[in-house]
Unconditional design. Structure first.
Length: 216
């Protein structure tokens, strides 16, 4: 997600302490997964950079676990690989029930820090469904990149107000309201109120497909 033109009247908040505490581990997980997916497809960093519209230097830093990408860059990478974000965020696959303890969920933030999302899903859901608890600051607006083709979303507001803008049409939502929509379209989220908005977002993905490399 990238910052839109409209934002809070107060300075952006510092991301939660949980983000800083997990940063090193998260960098390693994302870097390992990116390298594995890229090599599986036989792409060089330069080739993949053209496809994802991310610089070769930045991709190199991510693969070396020297940088944690913003949610915007993470989405560009996931879209180019045709995998859900969950496939980049999780290290291992494990059979049977798994518990995500409070405070242990991975957190991703928009570049502005106004929108923060906890990934409340386990690795076995990668490539199928993602479940997020998201918080949007008062008066903030954030734009979201389209997900892979065929993706669907179900959003439920549990606190505050939210305006969802899809293809120039605005959908106002209050606590308790739900909306289902195609997630492969550009969209934006806006909090029109003076308090935080909290909402749950479920993403369902179509079958992943490798994208062809762009011409040199």
């Amino acid at each position: 997600m990238k910052a839109a033109a409209i934002g809070p009247t107060t300075p952006a908040r510092t991301p939660p302490a949980a983000v800083a505490g997990q940063e090193t581990e998260l960098a390693g997980v994302i870097g390992d997964n990116l390298r594995r997916f890229r090599k599986q497809r036989g792409w060089s960093l330069e080739q993949f950079g053209r496809l994802a519209k991310v610089s070769r230097a930045m991709l190199g830093q991510i693969e070396l676990s020297r940088s944690v990408p913003t949610i915007t860059v993470l989405w560009k990478i996931a879209r180019a690989l045709d995998v859900p974000i969950s496939a980049l965020l999780n290290r291992d696959m494990q059979e049977g029930p798994r518990t995500i303890a409070a405070g242990q969920a991975r957190i991703v933030s928009s570049p502005s820090g106004w929108l923060r999302s906890q990934a409340l899903f386990t690795p076995d859901m990668a490539g199928k469904v993602e479940f997020y608890e998201s918080t949007l600051d008062a008066w903030a607006s954030e734009a979201a990149e389209p997900h892979p083709q065929g993706s669907r979303a179900n959003l439920v507001v549990c606190q505050g107000q939210l305006e969802l803008l899809i293809e120039q049409k605005r959908y106002p939502l209050s606590a308790g309201d739900a909306i289902c929509f195609a997630a492969d379209l550009p969209r934006s989220y806006r909090n029109p109120g003076p308090t935080e908005t909290r909402f749950y977002l479920v993403m369902a993905y179509a079958e992943p497909r490798y994208r062809p490399l762009p011409p040199v």
